[in-house]
Unconditional design. Structure first.
Lengths: 332, 322, 311
C-alpha cells in the first residue's frame, strides 16, 4: 500500500439542520492506487455523490467535513484553502457529472470552454491551447474536431456532449477523475460507447477513476474494485470479481441477487424488504440491521468493524466477524 | 426563431390596433366632438354641416381608417382645453419626458444590474445583508412618496435643490435640454432619482434572483469543478447566462419608467408629456389622451421589438444552426 | 424523533411543528411584519372604535384646531397625537379611516383580479385551443403596458361614462374596477401554466375516466393544487393594488377628498409641505409605506417558504 494516489481516512460529512445534525457520511475509509478504477455503488442517498464532492472539494454548504482526512498524492487536501483547492481541481483531479445536456455552458462555444480550462491550469499560449483542445476532442472521438471546436453545445447530440465533457475533464492531464453517474442520462447504446471510451482513456493515461453509479453492470464491466455504500457508511469494499461473486455483507448479497442474469430464467427477482432509512433515522448499531434477515441483538447494539476476509474483501458485518473468530479459533 | 419574430410583430400590430381602437372610440363616441369644438350659440344646421364636413356620418370603418392615417401622420386634432394642435403640444413636451426617462433609465439599469450581480454572488456578505432589506423598502415606496420625501429633505429642509419645474433649459433646434447648464442639471437630480429609485431596487432584486438561479445550474458546478477562477465563473459564465432575462427585465423597466414618469412629473411639476396627459385626464381633454395613448403604445411596441432582436444577439441557441 | 403511537399529535400541534410555521417563527422580521399588518387590518375594520376622533363628522371638528402640529412639537395639543390638517381634523384619525378605504379598494381589486385571472387561467389551461389563444393574446397585449398605466386609462375612460353627479359615489367602484382589470394577466398566466401541468397528471385522468364532469374536476381537483403560487401572487398583488390606489388618488383621479384614502390624504397634505405643515402629508406617507412594506415582507417570506427549491 505504499503506492497510493488517493487516501480517504475516517471521512465524516455532516449537515447541520434545525432538527439536529445529519451525518451524511460516517467513517468512510478507502484508498485508490494510480490508474485504478473504483466503482462506487449504492442507492440514491447512500452518500456516493457526497464522497465524490468531498474529494473535489465542492461540498454544498451547509455540508462540511467534520472528521477524517483526505490525502491526494501524499498531500492532505481536505484542509486546503479554497484557492489552493481550486488550483488542484481541474488540473490534478477532474470531474464528470451526470447530465451532459446541462453540464456545458450553452452560451459559449465548446472551444472557448476547453481553451479557458487549459489556460487556467497550464502555461500555454492561446494558439497552443487551441491545438491541444482539438487533439483532445479527437481523442474522445469527436469527428472533424477542427470544425466542431467552434460549435455551441446545443449543436451536439447527448452522447457527443458527454464526450466533450470528458474532454473538458481530461484536457489538463489529471491523475484522478471523479465521474458521477457519467452514463445515467444517456441511452443504452451510447452508454456502452462512453464506458468503453472512459476505460480506454484511463488505461492509456494511467488515470485513476472513482466511478459513481447505481448500475452494477457498468461497474462489473469497467471497475477494478468496488465500494458498496449504505446509509452513509461503507458496507463492503473489495475486488470487483470478489464482491460480485462472493459478497460478504448481507446488503451486498441482496444487491447482487436482485440483478437479473442473462440466460437464467427465474420466477421473480429477489428484493431486499424495506427501504434505506432516512439519515435522521439510522438505527443504532449496524445501519442495515432493521432490514437484515440475519440481524441479532449485537447488530442492533453496536456498529460492526470493517473486517477483511481471505480474498481481500473488506466488509462491515458482525456475521463475518464472528465467522472469522470461529475459524480463527479452530486454527489456533 | 423566424416564426417567433413574425409572431411578435403580429402581436405588436395587434397591440397598436387595439390601442388605436380605444383611442378612436374615445375620440368619437365619448361626449359629442362637435359640441367640444363649437360654441353654445351654433345652430343645429351648422352643427350638422360641420358633422358632415368632418365625416362623422361616414361608416365606422371609414372613420377608423381615417383616424389611423391621421394618427400615422401625427395629426390628432386640437386640444379642447388648450385650443392648440395636439401634435405641437406633444412635440413641446417630449424632450422633457425623454430626458427624464433616459437619465433615470441609465441610473436604474447601471446601479441595479451592478448591485444585483454583487448581491447574487456575495449572498452572505454584510453589504448584501444591508442592501437586501433596503431594496425591499425601495420597492415598497410608491414613486410619489419617494418624491415627497426627497422634496421635504432636499428642498424644504436643506434647501439644496429645486423642487419643481425644469429650471434652466437650453434650446437646440426644436429640442430643449437640461444637460447643458448647472441649473438644468440640478433641477434634474430629484425627479430622476425619484423615478430611478423604485426601478433600481426592482432591477436589483430581479437580477439577483436570476444570478442565484444560474449559480445553481450544472454548468456552473462543472465550471467550478474544472477549477476556473471565481472571477471567470461569475462573470464569464454566470453573468453571460443571465443576459436574456436581464434584457427582458430592462425592456419592461424602460416601459415602466415611461409610465411612472406621469407620477414623477406630477409631483415635480415637470413639464413633460406625462403631466400633459394627467391634466388631459382630469379635464376630459380627449384628443390629448388619445394621442398620448397611441404614442406610448408605439414606444412600448418599439421597445419589445428591440428586446426580441437583442435576444437573438444574446443567446446562440435562438440563432438556429450554423 | 420518536413518536409515541398511542397519542397522535393533535392537528394544532402538527401545525405548530410544520416547516411553514417554523420558518415563520424563525424570522423575526416576518413576525413583526405580520403583527404590523394585523394592526392595520384591525384598525381599519374597527376604525370608528379605534380612532380618537370622528374626522368626517362636521359636528366634531373645529376650524380653530387647524394646523396643530404633532404633540411633541411646539404648540402641540394632547388631543391630537399626530397634529391636525387644514380643517382641524385629527391626522391620526384620518389615517385610520384612510387605511380603511385603501384596504377596501386593495382587497376588492385583488379579489376581482383573482376572479378574472384564475378563471381565465383555469379555462385556458384546461381547454386549450382557440379559447386559450384568445385569452393569452389579450393577456400578452395587456402585459406590454405597465398595470398602473392600464389602471389610469381604465379609470379615465370609465369616469367619462359616469354622470358628474354620480362621480363621487361611484369613484371607489370605478377605482376597484380599474385596478382589478389592470392586474389579471399575471394571475391568468400562473394559473394557466399550473393547470396545464396538473391537467396531464394521473389523478385528473383517473377522475375523467370515472366520468367526473369538467367543472367539477377544475374546481375540486385542479384549483386546490394551484393555490400555493396563486396565494403568493395575491399577497404581492395586495401590495401592488394598495400602491396603485394611492398613486391614482394622489394623481387626483382616484378617491374623492370626502372619503379620503391614504393617497388622497397625501395629495391634500402635499400642498402644505412648503409652508411648514409637514405632518399633514408625511404621516400618511409613512403609514402607507409601513403597510406596503409589511405586506411585501410577508409575501417575500411566503414565496420562499413555499418554494421547495430553496428549502
Amino acid at each position: 500500500m505504499d503506492d497510493v494516489l488517493l487516501d480517504i481516512r475516517g471521512l465524516r460529512v455532516e449537515f447541520p439542520t434545525r432538527r439536529g445534525t445529519l451525518v451524511a457520511l460516517d467513517d468512510i475509509s478507502l484508498a485508490l492506487q494510480p490508474g485504478e478504477i473504483l466503482g462506487m455503488v449504492g442507492e440514491s442517498g447512500a452518500g456516493k455523490s457526497l464522497t465524490g464532492a468531498s474529494v473535489i472539494g465542492l461540498l454544498e454548504p451547509p455540508g462540511r467535513v467534520a472528521a477524517g482526512e483526505i490525502r491526494f498524492d501524499g498531500q492532505r487536501i481536505d484542509d486546503l484553502s479554497q484557492e489552493q483547492m481550486r488550483q488542484l481541481r481541474g488540473k490534478e483531479i477532474g470531474a464528470i457529472f451526470q447530465d451532459p445536456l446541462t453540464s456545458l455552458n450553452p452560451m459559449h462555444r465548446i472551444g472557448k470552454q476547453l481553451v479557458e480550462t487549459i489556460r487556467t491550469h497550464l502555461p500555454v499560449s492561446e494558439a497552443e491551447a487551441r491545438k491541444q483542445a482539438i487533439d483532445m476532442l479527437r481523442e474522445v472521438g469527436i469527428p472533424a474536431p477542427e470544425q466542431r471546436i467552434d460549435s455551441y453545445p446545443h449543436e451536439f447530440s447527448g452522447g457527443m456532449r458527454q464526450r466533450v465533457v470528458i474532454a473538458l475533464a481530461l484536457c489538463t492531464g489529471p491523475k484522478l477523475i471523479v465521474a458521477d453517474e457519467p452514463t445515467t442520462a444517456l441511452d443504452v447504446s451510447t452508454q456502452a460507447q462512453i464506458i468503453a471510451l472512459l476505460r480506454r482513456l484511463c488505461k492509456d493515461k494511467g488515470m485513476a477513476v472513482i466511478l459513481i453509479t447505481h448500475d452494477m453492470g457498468v461497474v462489473a464491466e469497467i471497475a477494478d474494485r468496488v465500494a458498496v455504500l449504505y446509509a452513509g457508511r461503507l458496507a463492503e469494499i473489495g475486488p470487483v470479481r470478489e464482491v460480485v461473486q462472493n459478497p460478504q455483507h448481507p446488503y451486498t448479497k441482496g444487491l447482487m441477487a436482485s440483478i437479473p442474469v442473462p440466460g437464467r430464467r427465474v420466477e421473480w427477482l429477489p428484493q431486499i424488504p424495506g427501504s434505506m432509512p432516512r439519515l435522521s433515522e439510522i438505527p443504532h448499531g449496524c445501519a442495515f440491521s432493521a432490514r437484515c434477515e440475519f440481524a441479532h441483538d449485537q447488530c442492533r447494539a453496536k456498529r460492526p468493524p470493517m473486517q477483511q476476509n481471505e480474498n481481500g474483501n473488506l466488509s462491515a458485518c458482525w456475521l463475518s466477524v464472528l465467522e472469522q473468530a470461529e475459524t480463527g479459533g479452530r486454527h489456533d | 426563431m423566424f416564426l417567433k419574430l413574425i409572431n411578435r410583430l403580429f402581436q405588436a400590430l395587434m397591440t397598436m390596433i387595439f390601442v388605436g381602437l380605444v383611442s378612436f372610440l374615445l375620440f368619437n363616441f365619448v361626449g359629442d366632438p362637435i359640441s367640444n369644438m363649437v360654441g353654445q350659440e351654433t345652430s343645429v344646421e351648422d352643427r350638422d354641416a360641420l358633422r358632415e364636413k368632418l365625416g362623422l356620418n361616414d361608416p365606422f370603418l371609414a372613420q377608423f381608417a381615417r383616424f389611423g392615417s391621421n394618427a400615422v401622420s401625427g395629426n390628432f386634432g386640437i386640444s379642447y382645453a388648450l385650443q392648440r394642435p395636439v401634435s405641437t403640444l406633444i412635440a413641446e413636451r417630449m424632450p422633457a419626458t425623454l430626458e427624464l426617462v433616459a437619465t433615470s433609465a441609465v441610473v436604474a439599469i447601471v446601479l441595479g444590474v451592478l448591485l444585483g450581480v454583487y448581491t447574487g454572488i456575495n449572498r452572505h456578505s454584510w453589504i448584501s445583508k444591508t442592501i437586501m432589506p433596503l431594496s425591499l423598502i425601495g420597492v415598497s415606496l410608491p414613486t410619489f412618496v419617494i418624491g415627497i420625501l426627497l422634496i421635504y429633505i432636499f428642498s424644504v429642509t436643506l434647501g439644496w435643490l429645486p423642487s419643481f419645474g425644469r429650471g434652466e433649459v437650453t434650446q437646440i433646434g426644436g429640442w430643449s435640454t437640461n444637460f447643458l447648464t448647472i441649473g438644468g442639471l440640478k433641477a434634474l437630480i430629484l425627479p430622476s432619482t425619484t423615478l430611478a429609485l423604485f426601478q433600481m431596487a426592482l432591477i436589483m432584486r430581479l437580477v439577483r434572483s436570476e444570478m442565484l438561479e444560474v449559480l445553481r445550474t450544472d454548468y456552473i458546478k462543472f465550471a467550478r469543478a474544472r477549477g476556473l477562477a471565481p472571477r471567470v465563473v461569475h462573470f464569464g459564465h454566470a453573468l453571460r447566462n443571465t443576459l436574456v432575462p436581464v434584457i427582458t427585465i430592462i425592456g419592461l423597466n424602460i416601459g415602466s419608467l415611461i409610465a411612472f414618469s406621469i407620477i414623477t412629473e406630477t409631483v415635480f411639476q415637470w413639464p413633460g408629456m406625462g403631466l400633459l396627459f394627467i391634466q388631459s385626464v382630469t379635464f376630459g381633454d380627449i384628443p390629448v389622451m388619445a394621442a398620448y395613448l397611441v404614442l406610448i403604445a408605439a414606444m412600448f411596441v418599439f421597445i419589445n421589438v428591440v428586446v426580441d432582436i437583442l435576444y437573438l444577439i444574446a443567446d446562440p441557441r435562438l440563432r438556429g444552426r450554423g | 424523533m420518536t413518536i409515541t403511537p398511542d397519542s397522535p399529535p393533535s392537528r394544532f400541534n402538527r401545525f405548530m411543528d410544520s416547516d411553514l410555521m417554523f420558518s415563520f417563527l424563525s424570522s423575526k422580521l416576518t413576525v413583526v411584519s405580520a403583527i404590523i399588518t394585523l394592526i392595520f387590518f384591525v384598525a381599519a375594520i374597527f376604525a370608528p372604535l379605534v380612532a380618537p376622533h370622528r374626522p368626517f363628522d362636521p359636528a366634531t371638528i373645529d376650524l380653530l384646531d387647524a394646523f396643530t402640529p404633532p404633540v411633541w412639537a411646539e404648540y402641540g395639543d394632547a388631543r391630537f397625537l399626530l397634529g391636525t390638517d387644514d380643517q382641524g381634523r385629527d391626522v391620526l384619525s384620518t389615517i385610520i379611516y384612510g387605511c380603511r378605504i385603501s384596504l377596501l379598494v386593495g382587497f376588492a381589486a385583488v379579489g376581482l383580479s383573482l376572479l378574472i385571472g384564475v378563471g381565465v387561467g383555469l379555462l385556458s389551461g384546461f381547454y386549450g385551443g382557440w379559447l386559450d389563444t384568445v385569452f393569452m393574446r389579450l393577456a400578452d397585449v395587456q402585459l406590454t403596458v405597465p398595470a398602473i398605466l392600464t389602471a389610469l386609462v381604465i379609470d379615465g375612460i370609465a369616469d367619462l361614462f359616469v354622470p358628474p353627479s354620480m362621480r363621487e359615489t361611484l369613484s371607489i367602484v370605478v377605482l376597484i374596477l380599474a385596478i382589478g382589470l389592470s392586474d389579471w394577466p399575471r394571475y391568468a398566466r400562473v394559473a394557466r401554466s399550473s393547470t396545464m401541468v396538473e391537467r396531464n397528471k394521473e389523478y385528473v385522468m383517473a377522475a375523467r375516466v370515472i366520468g367526473v364532469g369538467s367543472f367539477r374536476i377544475i374546481l375540486r381537483h385542479i384549483l386546490p393544487n394551484i393555490l400555493g403560487p396563486i396565494l403568493v401572487m395575491a399577497t404581492i398583488g395586495l401590495a401592488i393594488a394598495i400602491t396603485t390606489e394611492a398613486t391614482l388618488s394622489f394623481l387626483g383621479v382616484g378617491v374623492p377628498p370626502t372619503t379620503p384614502s391614504l393617497g388622497t390624504l397625501i395629495r391634500i397634505g402635499n400642498s402644505f409641505l412648503f409652508s411648514g405643515e409637514w405632518w399633514i402629508t408625511i404621516f400618511p406617507s409613512l403609514a402607507l409605506v409601513l403597510l406596503v412594506l409589511a405586506v411585501n415582507l410577508l409575501s417575500d417570506w411566503l414565496r420562499d417558504a413555499l418554494n421547495p427549491k430553496l428549502r
